[in-house]
Design a binder for this molecule. Structure first.
Ligand SMILES: Cc1ncc(C[n+]2csc(CCOP(=O)(O)OP(=O)(O)O)c2C)c(N)n1
Ligand SMILES: [Mg+2]
Length: 357
């Protein structure tokens, strides 16, 4: 595979003057419904830049702590997929819920959970969201509307549908964002959930994060239907494919889907075409894809680079200003890591508290 020459491809693809032309290069990556990519204001671009960078820097720090032996067990990084959660979160309002699988740090940060509490949970410390007893895959914050963090592939889909059922029952107007992967999309309970969600017109948006792999298995080796936006067809659930590397496309599709669900029309499926740069978990031999493939996505489709290029191109921010934002975020993530390294582990007396027996 040929590696594309450095950055320009991203800068060019992201040039605001020619978004449609750029998107036409890979039609499958555009929102099927609208075709066009919504423009962002300066504030929206800066906000997306900050939020995506916060997730990226958090994850890089988590990767370092894992390498230092401070994080044990599994740790699944979200690097590369940041535009999905940041774009979707923009459509939510207080009271809405988010639920996902084990690749969950980005979702938590997007809902506004504190990086210190998330990092301290990764290192198994008292100040962690689950008091240091849950780890990477098991964190919750009802305050921020985050319902986990689930290690059983696909399990969150029926739970997320249940959240939507409760919303409907209580008639509170809230929507459940239920995220799962391309691999999880082949689980049986997903389809039982789809059936009930459409039958009872539940306010749930199913977001399938198609990052092209389930552990080391490529989508086309495991899925008979690789267009996941069509997976609800036999239940009459509408779906669309979205360029999950372009935060503007995600934001526009997210707003449409959430509005659809909130207005009582029932569930909606968004297939996010995205990519993870790191391994499945920290212990991934990465033999199932080439370095060139990863590099090509990084140089041509990186979600943060796209925003950065637009900000510079439109002169909405200077290199120095963007560097200052980055420095401030790095400081906060370093502080989170310091806290997560210094905070004590849970007391032995906590062994049986908060545990279902
Ligand atoms: C029910 C169940 N089966 C198998 C596993 C092992 N497993 C963990 S992650 C994973 C792959 C899931 O891939 P995908 O849904 O695409 O999510 P991604 O990791 O790409 O975010 C598998 C098979 C599991 N945790 N639960
Ligand atoms: Mg996957």
């Amino acid at each position: 595979m040929v590696v594309a020459a450095k950055k320009p491809a991203v800068a060019k693809a992201a040039t605001p003057k020619a978004p449609v032309k750029a998107a036409a290069k890979s039609p499958a990556r555009r929102s099927e419904k609208t075709g066009a990519v919504a423009e962002f204001s300066k504030e929206e671009e800066l906000d997306a830049y900050r939020k995506m960078l916060e997730i990226r820097r958090f994850e890089e720090k988590a990767g370092q702590l894992y390498g230092m032996g401070l994080i044990g067990g599994f740790c699944h990084l979200y690097i590369g997929q940041e535009a999905v959660v940041v774009g979707m979160q923009a459509a939510l309002r207080e009271g809405d819920q988010v639920i996902t699988g084990y690749r969950d740090h980005g979702h938590m940060l997007a809902t506004g959970m504190d990086p210190k509490g998330v990092m301290a949970e990764l290192t198994g410390r008292r100040g962690g969201y689950s008091k240091g007893k849950g780890g990477s895959m098991h964190m919750f914050s009802t305050e921020k509307g985050f319902y986990g963090g689930h290690g059983i592939v696909g399990a969150q889909v029926s739970l997320g549908t249940g959240l939507a059922f409760a919303n409907r029952y209580r008639d509170n107007g809230n929507v459940s964002l239920t995220y799962f992967g391309d691999g999880a999309a082949n689980q049986g309970q997903v389809y039982e959930s789809f059936n009930m969600a459409e039958l009872w017109k539940l306010p749930v948006v199913f977001i399938i994060e198609n990052n092209k792999y389930a552990m080391g298995t490529a989508v086309n080796r495991a899925s008979a239907q690789t267009d996941f936006s069509k997976r609800g067809a036999s239940f009459n659930i509408p779906g669309e494919q979205v360029d999950g590397m372009d935060v503007r496309a995600v934001t526009a599709a997210g707003a449409r889907a959430v509005e659809f669900a909130r207005s009582g029309k029932g569930p909606y499926i968004l297939e996010m075409l995205t990519y993870r740069y790191r391994g499945h978990s920290m212990s991934d031999p990465a033999k199932y894809r080439s370095k060139e493939e990863v590099q090509k996505m990084r140089t041509e489709h990186d979600p943060i680079e796209q925003v950065r290029a637009r900000l510079l191109e439109k002169k909405w921010a200077s290199e120095d200003e963007l560097k200052a934002i980055d420095a401030e975020i790095r400081d906060r993530m370093n502080a989170a890591a310091d806290f997560a390294s210094a905070d004590p582990e849970p007391d032995v007396a906590e062994l049986y508290t908060d545990v279902l027996r």
